[in-house]
Design a protein around this ligand. Structure first.
Ligand code: SF4
Length: 294
């Protein structure tokens, strides 16, 4: 294992994620802009967002001042040394913080003290899966705090919003979460939704939906239909970019389901803001870049 290679390319993944909005996200914002009225506040916000993304890319600076919580998703070959991978990733995060690609964004929850390098208990976040291949698949999502704050978990049935344990109940939960957020969490964004699971896996799986590309529909027909319906319904809420009115409340909705306990029916909704920083890279056995995934 060539440590320097790994650290260099993990650093490059962080740099690119922080400064270069993915093409599918930017294209979705452009499509949303075409649907807004000319000279409206919504059109102005979306235009500013696109200008901001272009400046960040050109100047090699973070797209947003909140560089979020770094969430790494690794797919590793059987027998791969994950402890070494964690250590090298931490080193890359620490360097990216020193270079300003990541803000000092991690606090001690008891004392309130700031960690200079973003390396702490629970930071960054790591997820691992074993894959039957020789390459290492690394996907990084930088999850902003504002969008994290508006995430919501429902336990059905929910009499307050009239949601029962079916897909219509799920739809009501999702719309309720979007309505309550009112553009906070920096709309227009993307929803990651998990139906079922338990309280922990519900949130984890809802966030895993952010690894899917914009426009990529659920392979489950009923869920794909629900995704489309949610996007259409949300356009009518007139929440719009940053909650200032307009059609572009969402860029996309990703819904998936886990099995559940018969007594439980959770619907977990995670929000991602317009600054949807998600990149992935395939690294070879020595840490060299094979190809970018997005
Ligand atoms: S929610 Fe997203 S766009 Fe808004 S401040 Fe946080 S990271 Fe930036």
């Amino acid at each position: 294992m060539r440590k320097a290679h790994w650290e260099k390319n993990l650093f490059e993944l962080i740099r690119k994620t922080s400064t270069d909005l993915p093409a599918d996200v930017e294209a979705a914002i452009r499509r949303a802009l075409l649907k807004e009225k000319k000279n409206s506040r919504a059109a102005w916000v979306l235009t500013t967002i696109l200008e901001n993304a272009a400046i960040a890319r050109k100047n090699d600076t973070p797209i947003c001042q909140d560089t979020g919580v770094l969430q790494f998703h690794f797919g590793v070959p059987v027998g791969f040394d994950t402890n070494a991978l964690v250590a090298m990733t931490r080193s890359a995060v620490s360097r990216a913080t020193r270079y300003g690609y990541v803000r000092q964004n991690t606090l001690d929850s008891v004392s309130g003290a700031s960690y200079e390098t973003n390396i702490a208990h629970g930071s960054p976040v790591f997820h691992f899966q074993q894959k039957a291949r020789k390459t290492v698949d690394v996907r990084l999502v930088m999850k902003g705090g504002g969008s994290e704050n508006v995430g919501r978990q429902f336990s059905l049935p929910d009499a307050e919003i009239g949601a029962s344990r079916d897909l219509e109940g799920v739809r009501k939960c999702i719309l309720q979460a979007v309505w309550e957020a009112q553009g906070n969490g920096c709309a227009p964004g993307i929803l990651g939704v998990c139906i079922g699971g338990d309280r922990t896996t519900g949130y984890t799986h809802s966030k895993e939906q952010f690894l899917r590309k914009i426009g990529e529909k659920s392979p489950v027909k009923l869920l794909a239909k629900l995704e489309e319906r949610i996007i259409k319904d949300c356009r009518k809420l007139d929440i719009g970019p940053m909650g200032l009115g307009g059609r572009a409340t969402l860029l996309d909705a990703k819904i998936d389901a886990l099995s559940r306990h018969p007594a439980c029916y959770f619907v977990t909704v995670s929000f991602m803001c317009w600054a949807f920083r998600r990149r992935g890279v395939l690294l070879g056995p020595e840490g060299g870049i094979k190809r970018w995934l997005y």
